[in-house]
Design a protein around this ligand. Sequence first.
Ligand code: B1M
Length: 209
Amino acid sequence: MSSLDALKQAVIAGKRKDVKEIVPVLIDSGMGPGKIVDEGLIPAMAIVGEKFKNNEIFVPEMLVSARAMKEAMIFLEPLLVKAGIKPKYTAVLGTVAGDLHDIGKNLVGMMWKGANINVVDLGVDVAPDKFVAAIKEHNAHMVGLSTLLTTTMPAMSEAVKAIRASGAAVKIMIGGAPITEQFAKEIGADGYCRDAGSAADSAVKLMGG
Ligand code: B1M
């Protein structure tokens, strides 16, 4: 097995210790940080997402994989910055006003990071004007809105209205347990995503591949 394959397997299995050992070896061998991300971490997280979508793994396994990926990024991030390699896309993410649920939203953020998207996470109970300000500040390509409560679905609609009214040229993706494709259409979002497993694919497609 190549070291890159070993890295993929370690991330998929959530073996942080192995990741910590393999990444410096790859770096010392002269492999660029971009290659390690593109050919190691991203494909590994894509497999994790697929397994989650197919109910082969669940939230805890996904979390340990995401942590293993973060472990690799501790080594790689400074090298990426030094080499001037930036993520292609930036996405703002948050749970809408009135809603404090964040476990699903955090998983979505982790999957986006796993796809090399720069994620600006605004947390929970995010007012529409905060989304608008963050989109402008970070020149975001996409914004992700999450909600778990039926009572805060109108707040999601308000957030979409405010973002559209601001004139920002961002794609809007929404998700969360009570959300449907139909609701996304009704409130004028660009996309709906059912689970964190498909979140990276859906986001990249929405932003143009
Ligand atoms: Co709350 N809660 N809760 N809760 N809670 C639910 C959602 C509820 C269904 C429980 C129930 O009654 N059966 C119910 C909502 C009913 C409804 O509106 N139809 C409910 C309620 C009523 C409440 C309170 C009002 C309770 C009260 O105080 N009376 C209150 C509200 C507080 C508030 O937000 N203002 C409340 C509070 C809480 C806690 C704080 C205790 C805690 C949240 C802790 C936290 O998030 N840090 C909590 C929890 C844990 C839950 C349950 C048990 C679990 C939610 C969860 O994390 N699921 C939930 C019942 C349940 O689901 N079994 C419940 C796991 C997570 C991985 O799934 O979040 O669905 P989920 O995310 C998925 C997808 O939805 C999707 O991807 C994720 C991963 O696949 N997804 C996106 C999510 N966001 C996305 C965004 C995307 C794309 C996909 O693109 C941007």
